[in-house]
Design a protein around this ligand. Structure first.
Ligand code: C2E
Ligand code: CA
Ligand code: CA
Ligand code: CA
Length: 278
């Protein structure tokens, strides 16, 4: 893992152009970026294909460098996860989202904003308290926020995670299992956790219409979700054929370039206004 981390850091540094500022570590750059408000949320619609309307959106962070370049989260989230800066980054993002959506989030609606969190944040009492305090102070109904937690990284303390997820769930925040099927935990996670939604990873959606063996896994995940009474969101939907395939299996919550790409707040806000008027 150390070797892997070294390469991750190296590629991160190269991409972000650290070679131009060798005196700064990436950690310092993230701290500086937070101070300069360089981290910005993009929003991607989640569509209910039965009505054609948005039921919510996913928040996807980007790092906008001073030269305007947008750095993908894959280049810095793993590093922030490793060095603990993800805590600050997530709370910063949560406050920003609440600021941007204040009006929409207190209005009567079921529109739900879904944020990515690291498994370790769901083992953290402080994060739980911060989230609950923020929503309470800003008078935002808890069901308007959801957390997506990936299956790719295991919980360190499953008992603790269960307790925190239960408290979030009791408070009204829903928890979605992200990257379902790719992961470590498998479906055993779900037997012990109050998770209400599976997000099927693009990796499986990509197999639709191919001979890839993984397409069997897609069907298994869908069957499992049905039996367990879980909602399903298909992620990375790019083609009409994929939509059709998912419809045949009674899946109608979808997210992907076929509908819309992640976009900055202003653009998304316009999209949202149009959607609500339909
Ligand atoms: P994810 O949670 O699985 O998010 C879905 C990724 O698929 C996003 O990549 C999204 O832009 C992309 N995507 C959505 N639809 C399509 C499609 O139709 N085609 C293609 N090719 N891609 C599509 P993105 O934005 O680069 O984010 C990558 C990952 O970074 C996310 O994967 C998530 O794990 C992580 N991430 C993003 N924002 C945050 C954050 O605020 N906190 C944490 N902890 N992780 C984050
Ligand atoms: Ca996600
Ligand atoms: Ca996902
Ligand atoms: Ca994914």
């Amino acid at each position: 893992t150390q070797l892997l981390l070294f390469f991750m850091l190296l590629s991160g540094c190269l991409l972000i152009g650290l070679y131009r500022t060798p005196e700064r570590t990436l950690k310092e750059m993230i701290t500086h970026g937070l101070l300069k408000k360089e981290f910005i949320p993009f929003y991607q619609p989640i569509i209910d294909t039965r009505s054609g309307k948005m039921t919510g959106c996913e928040v996807l962070i980007r790092w906008q460098r001073p030269d305007g370049e947008l750095i993908s989260p894959n280049q810095f989230i793993p590093i922030a996860e490793h060095n603990g800066q993800i805590k600050q980054l997530t709370v910063y993002l949560l406050e920003l989202i609440i600021d941007q959506f204040q009006d929409e989030l207190i209005a009567e609606s079921d529109f739900c904003v879904s944020m990515n969190v690291t498994p370790q944040q769901l083992e953290d009492d402080e994060f739980l308290a911060t989230t609950i305090n923020l929503l309470t102070q800003r008078k935002i109904p808890a069901h308007r926020l959801a957390f997506e937690v990936t299956e790719r990284i295991p919980f360190k303390n499953l008992a603790k995670a269960r307790s925190i997820i239960q408290q979030l769930s009791n408070f009204g925040i829903s928890i979605k299992l992200d990257d379902a099927g790719t992961g470590y935990g498998g479906f055993s996670y779900l037997q012990n956790l109050p998770i209400d939604t599976l997000k099927i990873d693009k990796m499986f959606i990509d197999t639709i219409g191919t001979n890839d063996l993984k397409s069997n896994i897609l069907d298994s995940i869908i069957l499992f979700a049905k039996h367990a009474g879980l909602k399903v969101i298909a992620e990375g939907v790019e083609t009409a054929d994929q939509v059709e395939y998912l419809h045949q299996r009674d899946i109608h919550l979808m997210q992907g370039f076929h509908f819309a790409k992640p976009m900055p707040f202003n653009e998304f806000h316009q999209y949202l206004q149009q959607d609500l008027r339909v």
